[in-house]
Ligand binder design. Structure first.
Ligand SMILES: Cc1cc2nc3c(=O)[nH]c(=O)nc-3n(C[C@H](O)[C@H](O)[C@H](O)COP(=O)(O)O)c2cc1C
Length: 350
């Protein structure tokens, strides 16, 4: 019996529970090996390359599900083409007080204000070290501790430690739940931060691709600045996007007032628009990972057509369960073939 088989039975109970407790239960199941076996090889049309990484399929698990790199191999076994662990902060920190995770079932959305709860870099690196050399693309998303004033020092610590262990790295400056974090997306602070991160990566000896993860709530000027700095700095790509602080009308008023980042279905259209803008601002010269509200093969396909070389999801998994991954891949493969594309790469930005 695997998690995919059990999920439909467990779902009503999980959805009636406090969401963070439900998530811990799913996590315990994954840790105990309930993810099940190998889902079988992917359709060859899904095979793709992202910054030199060979992905069996372009559907990844977004950051925030496995913050402490506890179950990346279990998530790969569910069929994800790659898994992003983190955000990890250098020192352990508890994050914000509970409740800090809110379901919005009517909109298939979630609001979270976890605030980078993390077991810290030592624990994260030890787990990455233990799985090092195993097959599967596992990236690491790095952040800063709440009380750290020298933000760049924290990102540098994460990169120094994880460059030899992670398939790729993500500099996360876009969480709405750490005060002051998103200000790092401004032109000068960003140029300084990325310069430092690349310098540290060079010195680390291992040079995995380095991505910047951006917010969807950016002004036109912000977007132009980020695109210019990203291209000038020499980072390898962008992850577009994190959660939004906006509250579209489909979020009931009682929940809309909760502070935090909104993810899931209502994020699909705005994050895909921002993705297409970054595709155009970077002239297709910078690989993009598209994330935000993906809940179907058609959604994944739309992100790819808007400019994503690969995609990620999180929230839809909590509504639809682990069988979603296989469904998205089958539908995406069918859509690519329907439109005469021989590969994912051919459809990017088309
Ligand atoms: C509960 C929760 C925690 C998250 N934590 C992180 C995080 O630690 N770091 C990060 O970069 N993104 C984090 N995210 C954002 C996701 O990686 C993703 O960008 C966002 O949820 C949009 O994708 P989705 O609509 O498929 O969930 C989190 C999202 C959720 C729902």
């Amino acid at each position: 019996m695997s998690l995919s088989d059990l999920y439909p039975l467990a779902r009503p109970f999980l959805q009636a529970m406090d969401p963070e407790r439900a998530q811990s239960l799913v996590f315990s199941a994954l840790r105990s090996g309930l993810a099940g076996g190998d889902p079988g090889p992917d359709d060859p049309v899904l095979r793709t390359r992202l910054c030199g990484l060979d992905l069996p399929n372009p559907v990844g698990l977004a950051a925030g599900f496995d913050k402490d790199a506890e179950v990346p191999d279990a998530m790969l076994r569910l069929g994800f083409g790659f898994v992003e662990c983190g955000t990890v902060t250098p020192l352990p920190q508890p994050g914000n007080p509970r409740p800090r995770l809110f379901r919005v079932p009517s909109a298939e959305a979630v609001i979270n204000r976890f605030g980078f709860n993390s077991l810290g870099l030592d624990a994260f690196a030890a787990r990455m070290q233990a799985r090092h050399g195993r097959p599967g693309i596992v990236g690491a998303n790095v952040g800063k501790n709440k009380e750290q004033q020298d933000a760049a020092a924290d990102y540098a610590a994460g990169i120094r430690r994880l460059a030899p262990l992670a398939a790729y790295l993500v500099v996360n400056v876009s969480s709405p739940n750490t005060p002051g974090l998103r200000a790092l997306q401004g032109r000068e602070p960003l140029a300084a931060l990325l310069g430092r991160c690349l310098e540290v990566r060079r010195a680390a000896g291992a040079e995995p691709p380095l991505f910047l993860k951006v917010a969807p709530d950016l002004t036109e000027e912000d977007k132009a600045d980020i695109a210019a700095v990203a291209l000038e700095s020499g980072i390898d790509g962008l992850v577009v996007s994190n959660t939004t602080v906006s509250r579209p009308p489909e979020i009931p008023a009682s929940l809309a007032q909760e502070a935090g980042g909104l993810s899931g279905r209502p994020l699909f259209t705005p994050s895909t628009r921002v993705l297409a803008e970054f595709r155009s601002l970077t002239g297709g010269r910078l690989p993009l990972i598209g994330v935000g509200g993906i809940a179907s093969g058609a959604d994944a396909y739309a992100k790819i057509r808007a400019g994503a070389s690969a995609v990620q999801l999180y929230t839809a998994l909590s509504y639809q369960g682990p069988a979603l991954v296989r469904r998205i891949k089958a539908d995406l493969a069918a859509l690519l073939k329907r439109d005469g594309f021989a590969s994912v790469a051919e459809a990017v930005g088309r």
